[in-house]
Design a protein around this ligand. Structure first.
Ligand SMILES: NC(=O)c1ccc[n+]([C@@H]2O[C@H](COP(=O)([O-])OP(=O)(O)OC[C@H]3O[C@@H](n4cnc5c(N)ncnc54)[C@H](OP(=O)(O)O)[C@@H]3O)[C@@H](O)[C@H]2O)c1
Length: 381
């Protein structure tokens, strides 16, 4: 019997590329949904993927992309209007009568979270659960390992500074999962719905690391001293702007950084999800750092690269303050009067508590009803 065809959305992204490549390695036909026919599409095509160029927010494009597909990876880009993407995906998945979907959600995902993007991720998941003919596996990943390089690889490699607003450098606050491992968990669920339908998995790396641990590992790989620098939030916002990120990023990333400092990503981490689903140990941070460094020429220590890093830092220091509140008002963000960071929410704690049988890698944890029931009965924090 021929293997089911699998649609990978956001296929040129962090998790889309390894998901596509790993599925192809396992012999599954893959339709890779990309925004443009660039070098990443060429790489996926030469590995055997069918490339579909389109707009994830277009119902016509998504309808065409779903034709002849039996399963799909739902990966919303970190961009405004994720709810629109989620609705387009759910409607067309229903029309195409997909048998199984794996969704990339978030460890923080909850209905009362201060991040609007996170609440919308929660809603997208809730809508997918309503599809009568489609089963769902949720990849409930936390703070990606690759985030530590986002926009700052030059500063790390050339200036020996890891500037991030992650609080106390000595506190171990994350067991960072690699893109390859996040993808491997998604792939395991895509190719075996009989085992994984209805489950929620939260892949982690092998150990909890502090910001200082992370800087030390980076220094070892780069063969230079790297020092973690707790960065004020205002600098993070300016750095995102100078480095060309969409203006919605500061409004959401400042909440995620706050959750990081509060220790939300250290809750129930590390775990055995990657080992249990793939049969191999999760990648450690050093292995992943070696791969990132090898793939990025700006990590090579040269006079030119050092100058570029200094100029970038100067631009950030000299650029105007970013008013994230004003961006939220301008973009009509829905602002809750009493939002909950996850550890302040009884609903979230129950839904993520292994002692209560709600372990992310255990059957049944995909059921919304317990949390919904509590919220409806007024227990919201
Ligand atoms: N980073 C974290 O720590 C973290 C933690 C938990 C969950 N997540 C979840 O991760 C998800 C993002 O996954 P990711 O990092 O794998 O994705 P990603 O790297 O942001 O990739 C998104 C891809 O979608 C493409 N894209 C954007 N808008 C498009 C459009 N309108 N039409 C077609 N393609 C479009 C982008 O194309 P271009 O590259 O051409 O722009 C990009 O290749 C988010 O939903 C977020 O909730 C992230």
């Amino acid at each position: 019997m021929s293997k089911p065809r699998i649609l990978v959305t956001s296929a040129a992204g962090n998790t889309g590329i390894p998901t596509t490549l790993q599925l192809l390695e396992k012999g599954f036909p893959v339709r890779a949904f990309v925004r443009s026919n660039d070098h990443r599409a060429t790489r996926l095509r030469s590995a055997g993927a069918e490339i579909f160029v389109g707009d994830l927010f277009s119902i016509a494009d998504m309808r065409r992309a779903m034709k002849g597909v039996q399963r799909a990876y739902h990966c919303a880009p970190l961009s405004p209007n994720t709810l629109h993407y989620g609705t387009v995906f759910a409607l067309t998945a229903q029309e195409a009568r997909l048998e199984h979907v794996v969704m990339l959600a978030q460890w923080l995902s909850s209905s009362n979270h201060p991040s609007m993007f996170t609440r919308e991720v929660w809603m997208n998941e809730a809508v997918l659960k309503l599809l009568p003919e489609t089963t769902l596996t949720v990849n409930n990943v936390g703070w990606f390992a690759e985030n530590y390089f986002m926009g700052v690889l030059g500063t790390i490699a050339q200036l020996g500074i890891l500037p991030m607003p992650l609080g106390d450098g000595d506190v171990k606050k994350n067991a960072p999962p690699s893109n390859a491992d996040i993808a491997a968990v998604t792939v395991a669920a895509l190719i075996d719905p009989a085992t994984h339908a209805g489950k929620v998995y939260r892949p982690t790396g092998p150990e909890l690391l502090s910001p200082n641990d992370i800087a030390t590992i980076m220094g070892r790989v780069l063969e230079r001293k790297v020092k973690y620098q707790d960065m004020p939030e205002s600098m993070l916002l300016k750095a995102l702007k100078v480095n060309g990120f969409h203006e919605m990023m500061p409004t959401q990333l400042r909440v995620y950084a706050d959750e990081y400092r509060r220790g939300a990503f250290a809750v129930h981490a590390p775990n055995n999800v990657v080992k249990d689903l793939t049969g191999r140990e999760p990648e450690d941070f050093e292995t992943l750092t070696r791969r990132v460094v090898a793939a990025h020429p700006e990590a090579i220590q040269t006079v030119g690269n050092r100058l570029k890093a200094i100029v970038n830092l100067m631009k950030i220091m000299l650029s105007a303050k970013v008013d994230a509140d004003a961006i939220e008002r301008r973009r009509d963000h829905v602002l809750l009067t009493a939002p909950n960071f996850v550890q302040d929410s009884q609903v979230w704690r129950d839904a993520h508590d292994p002692e209560a049988g709600y372990l992310p890698d255990r059957p049944g944890s995909n059921d919304v009803p317990l949390s919904l029931a509590r919220e409806r009965s007024g227990v919201t924090s």
